[in-house]
Design a protein around this ligand. Structure first.
Ligand code: MLT
Length: 409
């Protein structure tokens, strides 16, 4: 009989957001009248903007005519989207990215989850803690995380981020091969300055490590001079792979489009000690396992970079950031200590003394009918914290804060 990949047996419970969805379902079934406000998973609520919808409609129409119909697209994305990204997200900020360094995909979650296929099975992985669970779980499935003992993986190197260190992780205190960074950060909503990011780039260059940089929330940065791309840091091209997404930038969570940049300089060593470009490996991997994002969706994504598209998505982002402000101020007025929410759509709060993150989850659901995400679900250093998202509607966000404000915590 087939022997399964035993690493799956080591994974604790279910994927964080699947577990939360399950708990909501159970609660709603038991309390059918509860008007639950969801500030848990970071899913957008506003519709795609008109520029995006118009481009998608036009492309769908093209697919219905023999002269303009398209079958398989280019393995790594259509020229029009790759070049729009190079110009709109990089060249406009003084960063050169070559055409064949951009890979269009159906999601940053898939890319950050799949990229570990390029690492040796014994590569040592460092993650900030708390952390987006995909980095951890995908490496755990491949056996790199070791065993899950006392709420932590014994082969992972955790870089704690907490109120004490201002949510700025220290570089690893031992050799590691890969560091996952996500900025603006999910879940804490905090950011790194260019100088703070440079410390990681310099460390990676000095120690032969690479950085997987998840920039999915870059569009939410409002503070001047906070880097939107790791390539704003000198030397980052030698060590960093950057993953971006249209999900949070332009409301594509259900539409699916993203891209990853792998500069030619980023290399690893093969078994003979020869340098190998990760760009070439990813090309091989994508051409084998992926057939691209559909033409209408790539057209829709390219429309994000038009003048109209930019103006329209900026308005949507500003609306979500207004929700973030309401949440921050509402929680502060209710006596909570809050972090993030200024350059990211996530607000990270300290749960009341003596409670665990999951106890607070249950209390908030039961007494306020509000769903959030327990900090401990993001890693051991998340215990005692809780995440709310700014992605619900203005009305629901205000309602949620009114409910929280009425209670004594
Ligand atoms: C989150 O809530 O952390 C996000 O929705 C995760 C994701 O984009 O997959």
């Amino acid at each position: 009989m087939l022997h399964i990949n035993d690493n799956f047996q080591k994974l604790p419970g279910s994927y964080l957001f699947a577990e939360i969805a399950r708990r909501i379902k159970v609660y709603q079934a038991a309390h059918p009248d509860a008007d639950i406000i969801r500030l848990g998973i970071g899913d957008v609520t506003k519709p795609l903007v008109p520029a995006v919808i118009e481009a998608m409609h036009r492309a769908v129409e093209e697919m219905g005519h023999e002269e303009t119909f398209r079958g398989y697209g280019p393995d790594f994305g259509y020229d029009f989207l790759v070049n729009a990204i190079r110009e709109g997200d990089y060249a406009s900020r003084g960063i050169e990215v070559a055409y064949d360094e951009v890979f269009i995909s159906d999601g940053a979650k898939c890319d950050v989850g799949n990229i570990q296929e390029l690492f040796s099975s014994d590569a040592v992985i460092a993650v900030t803690d708390p952390v987006y669970p995909v980095y951890v779980d995908s490496n755990a499935m491949a056996g790199r995380a070791g065993d899950y003992v006392n709420d932590r993986w014994d082969r992972l190197v955790y870089l704690p981020c907490n109120a004490e260190n201002g949510f700025v992780p220290a570089v690893p205190d031992r050799p590691v091969d890969v560091i996952y960074l996500c900025y603006p950060n999910n879940p804490t909503g905090t950011v790194l300055t260019k100088e703070q990011l440079k410390v990681f780039v310099d460390w990676a260059r000095e120690h032969g490590a690479i950085i997987i940089y998840d920039a999915a929330y870059r569009a939410y940065v409002t503070t001047p001079d906070i880097p939107l791309s790791i390539y704003e840091v000198e030397g980052a091209r030698e060590v960093a792979i950057e993953c971006n997404s249209f999900s949070k930038t332009a409301g594509f969570t259900g539409t699916r489009c993203a891209y990853t940049v792998i500069p030619h300089e980023v290399c690893g060593l093969d078994g003979k000690g020869q340098r190998v470009e990760l760009n070439a490996m990813w090309k091989r991997r994508m051409a084998t396992k992926f057939n691209g994002v559909s033409y209408p969706i790539q057209r829709a994504a390219a429309a994000v970079y038009t003048e109209e598209g930019q103006k329209q998505i900026r308005e949507v982002i500003a609306a979500y950031m207004e929700n973030a402000r309401i949440i921050r101020e509402g929680l502060t007025a209710a006596g909570f200590t809050v972090y993030g929410g200024k350059d990211a759509p996530y607000i990270w709060l300290k749960v009341p003394e003596g409670m665990t993150s999951w106890q607070f989850f249950d209390k908030l659901l039961d007494e306020c009918h509000i769903v959030g995400t327990p900090g401990s679900g993001f890693g051991p250093s998340g215990e005692g914290y809780f995440r709310l998202t700014a992605f619900n509607t203005l009305e629901k966000t205000k309602q949620a804060m009114a409910r929280i404000g009425q209670k004594k915590w």
